[in-house]
Write a protein that binds this ligand. Structure first.
Ligand code: SF4
Ligand code: SF4
Length: 278
């Protein structure tokens, strides 16, 4: 099993991924009921979890940090498929299935079990290098691998994220989505007046970073060391650049109507005489 891990380490190094680990498949159960579960190997044994840091520094912005680089679904796929391919070549009898988001694996749990950090009171995985500014992606395989040991760490007495959430959406039970600004920016159609007000107060047309930004582990988060996350970084959307950005950013799946609505809320067209183009 030692050699199997060495092969994974080599493939990760070539992909430029520094934060990875292994969890036992049996430990990450139960699965989430998503269609992608049909791609799992027949006899899964290990989950190889990787973190992709996305922090690119401080900039004026009107969208959540994670949406500044190109769509992470595409970038994660581009980074992890070559890793899986290299492992398929090294172990032709085994199966390697890459998942990014929409995964049957409970990713935060798997990352914790893979020794990549601890779960904060904001529900995010806190990693030594990236804080919580990272995406989680994984390869599920029937290859036997020595698992990592989870960290014995926790938030301790800190409760900055709980106290900072403007809507009190965080609790030990998790995030109450209906009261989370990030979730509200993703809602389609007409919003209730209080929901519009919350987007306006947050001044972001997509997402909410408050419970991440206040975390002490994010104050010292490392800039991403993955070159693809440094290319085409765009921290501000405007009526002009929005149509082009939809094709390559994480908010594209929500469609232009939602993004235009949010932009109009935080930057009303009549306030500066701009046309919306609608
Ligand atoms: S994203 Fe914002 S609104 Fe949602 S839980 Fe975090 S701080 Fe609260
Ligand atoms: S802000 Fe404090 S309580 Fe919240 S996740 Fe970070 S360390 Fe934990």
């Amino acid at each position: 099993m030692e050699n199997n891990r060495i092969a994974v380490a080599r493939a990760m190094k070539e992909a430029g991924i520094t934060q990875w680990g292994v969890a036992r498949y049996a430990d990450v159960l139960p699965l989430l009921p998503v269609r992608a579960a049909s791609r799992l190997p027949k006899n899964p044994r290990s989950v190889i979890v990787a973190l992709l840091g996305y922090y690119t520094g401080e900039k004026e912005h009107n969208i959540s940090r994670y949406a500044w680089p190109r769509d992470y679904h595409l970038l994660a796929q581009q980074l992890m498929e070559p890793v899986a391919e290299q492992l398929r070549t090294a172990f032709p009898e085994q199966t390697f299935a890459v998942f990014t988001d929409n995964s049957p694996i409970r990713e935060v749990t798997a990352a914790r079990l893979a020794g990549l950090g601890f779960v904060g009171k904001n529900g995010l995985l806190i990693n030594r290098r990236y804080g919580s500014y990272h995406f989680i992606t994984e390869i599920v395989t029937d290859l036997a691998l020595i698992p990592d040991i989870p960290e014995e760490k926790s938030c301790g007495d800190c409760r900055r994220c709980l106290d900072a959430c403007p809507l009190g959406a965080l609790s030990p039970e998790g995030v109450a989505l209906s009261r989370c600004r990030s979730h509200i920016t993703q809602k389609k159609g007409e919003l209730q007046p209080w929901e519009r007000k919350e987007i306006e107060k947050g001044a972001l047309a997509w997402g909410c970073d408050i419970c991440s930004d206040v975390c002490p582990y994010n104050q010292k988060a490392a800039l991403t060391d993955i070159p693809a996350f440094l290319q085409a970084v765009e921290s501000q959307i405007t009526r002009e650049n929005l149509p082009g950005l939809l094709k390559e950013k994480a908010f594209g799946w929500r469609g232009i109507a939602v993004m235009r609505r949010n932009l109009d809320i935080i930057d009303p067209p009549c306030s500066n005489g701009e046309e919306t183009g609608e």
